[in-house]
Design a binder for this molecule. Structure first.
Ligand SMILES: [Zn+2]
Ligand SMILES: [Zn+2]
Length: 477
């Protein structure tokens, strides 16, 4: 019987190890492994863990999606995929302290792909058709990648679209193509933006900032291509530049020499400064430079400073007496996303929006992420042979009639990410992580079972023999 107890204890221990091991693997992603993003729902989970590491696996269309204000402190790897039509990004409740040229401080709100980015890294994200537009009461900055940035690296990103901030009762506000306010290393980015900043409060003087890269702050800028169309209407002090509205060391004790090099800029800023004590800062690179702790080298400019003196009408990209738009839908072609172009027949002004995802060339073979069962649909993933985008498709759940193997639906030929499967895609990242101990543990369990069975058989035989001997003895007696 002692042997039985030992074997039983062994089995119980093995089972416990196996079960606990599996639970741990299912619930905790491997430390340092990025969370893979396949859908809008996946992207929205960043809000729940803003310190996490994320990797974009395909293009995401945020058209009409209420995008939350996120204070991001993690890593975001875009892999060169698009985030399309970010057009409903919320302004943060959270504030950070900004200061003007006199170091006067303001509790300020922010919006962008990330409202606030601190000690973060954001690489390879292509924001196409971004349309940030806010009418804000108070102090606020908008930026394509981040409204506010601190100690953050932004590399190989693209910002194409429009950012507009109309402010009432603000004293400190502005817009930037990449970041609104703060400091960051911004490297090898492509920016093609229309920036509009309108001061609605004619009674009070304010500090207003606009820049192709950054509204105000201390960014390092290297290897960027900037195309800016800027519009500022201000009843206060304008600080505007092709790259940075006001170049100022931020934070105050930031003891580091900055650099601005190897950038190419073209564009214009149209503005008025309605102020008896006019400064009207508008320069191709930096509107106003407060600190000189940076080196500037190898930048090229094709910039137009366009100051207006009519303070009665706010300056906007389209100021047409008789707007009459004609819309043309351009379908996505190959890796080029689609879009709708709106052209005014009266004046020729045009803009693009409603971008659509590229038509990916999907591989013929696919990975089954989760097998379909009678109870639940499965999940298959296809890879684009051109750009490496990974698109996930639902495998329909099995019918109760006996079908030995599951077959996924054919590859989507329109290349569009299927949103319907987004709920299933969420957890699938965990599902494909099989405990490597599983086969070993199964083998051990099998051997232990066999030993146990043999023991039982031997034990029974022994008992039978004993009984037989006893019977014989009884007969003899
Ligand atoms: Zn027009
Ligand atoms: Zn592709």
């Amino acid at each position: 019987m002692k042997r039985f107890k030992i074997v039983l204890a062994l089995i119980l221990t093995m089972t416990a190890v196996l079960v606990l091991g599996n639970i741990a693997l299912a619930d905790e992603p491997v430390s340092g492994a990025p969370v893979k993003i396949y859908s809008v729902d996946d992207l929205l989970t960043i809000k729940d863990n803003p310190a996490g590491t994320y990797e974009l696996m395909t293009d995401i269309d945020l058209n009409g999606v209420e995008w939350p204000a996120i204070t991001f402190t993690g890593r975001f790897k875009g892999n060169g995929h698009y985030i399309l039509n970010l057009n409903k990004a919320a302004v943060s409740e959270e504030t950070r302290v900004t200061y003007d040229g006199n170091r006067k401080t303001y509790d300020t709100h922010f919006a962008g792909l990330f409202a606030i980015a601190e000690n973060a890294s954001i690489t390879g994200v292509r924001l196409l058709g971004i349309d940030l537009m806010h009418n804000f009461d108070g102090d606020c900055f908008l930026g394509g990648i981040a409204g506010f940035a601190s100690e953050t690296v932004i590399e190989n990103c693209e910002v194409v679209g429009s950012i507009r901030l109309d402010v009432d009762n603000g004293r400190m506000f502005g817009v930037g193509g990449v970041i609104g306010y703060g400091n960051a290393v911004i490297r090898d980015c492509v920016i093609d933006v229309t920036l509009v900043n309108t001061d609605l409060d004619k009674a009070n003087r304010d500090e207003q900032y606009l820049g192709g890269i950054c509204g105000a702050g201390y960014p390092d800028i290297d290897g960027c291509t900037i195309d800016i169309a800027g519009y500022i209407s201000d009843h206060g002090y304008v600080h505007s530049g092709g790259m940075v509205g006001m170049y100022i060391i931020y934070p105050k004790r930031f003891d580091r020499d900055g650099f601005v090099k190897n950038n190419t800029l073209k564009g214009f800023i149209t503005f008025f400064e309605d102020n008896t004590n006019r400064r009207a800062y508008c320069v191709k690179d930096f509107g106003e430079v407060m600190d000189h702790k940076f080196s500037e080298a190898n930048n090229t400019f094709d910039f137009k400073r366009d100051e207006r003196k009519d303070y009665s009408v706010n300056l906007l990209p389209h100021m047409c007496d008789n707007p009459d738009f004609e819309d043309a839908v351009h379908d996505a072609a190959g890796e080029a996303p689609g879009y709708t172009e709106h052209t005014c027949k009266t004046c020729g002004y045009s803009y693009r929006d409603q971008y659509t995802t590229p038509v990916h060339t999907l591989s013929a073979d696919f990975n089954v992420v989760t097998e379909a069962t009678v109870e639940a649909p499965g999940l298959a993933e296809y890879t684009c042979v051109s750009c490496g985008a990974v698109l996930r498709q639902e495998i329909p759940s099995l019918t109760p009639t006996p079908t030995p193997t599951s077959t996924p639906t054919p590859a989507p030929d329109d290349g569009k990410d299927t949103k319907s499967s987004s709920d299933d895609t969420k957890k699938s990242g965990d599902d494909d992580k099989v405990n490597p101990l599983l086969p070993i543990a199964c083998g051990i369990l099998f051997i232990v079972g066999a030993v146990l069975t043999a023991q039982v058989i031997l034990h029974r035989r022994e008992r039978k023999r004993m009984l037989a001997r006893r019977k014989q003895r009884n007969r003899k007696q």
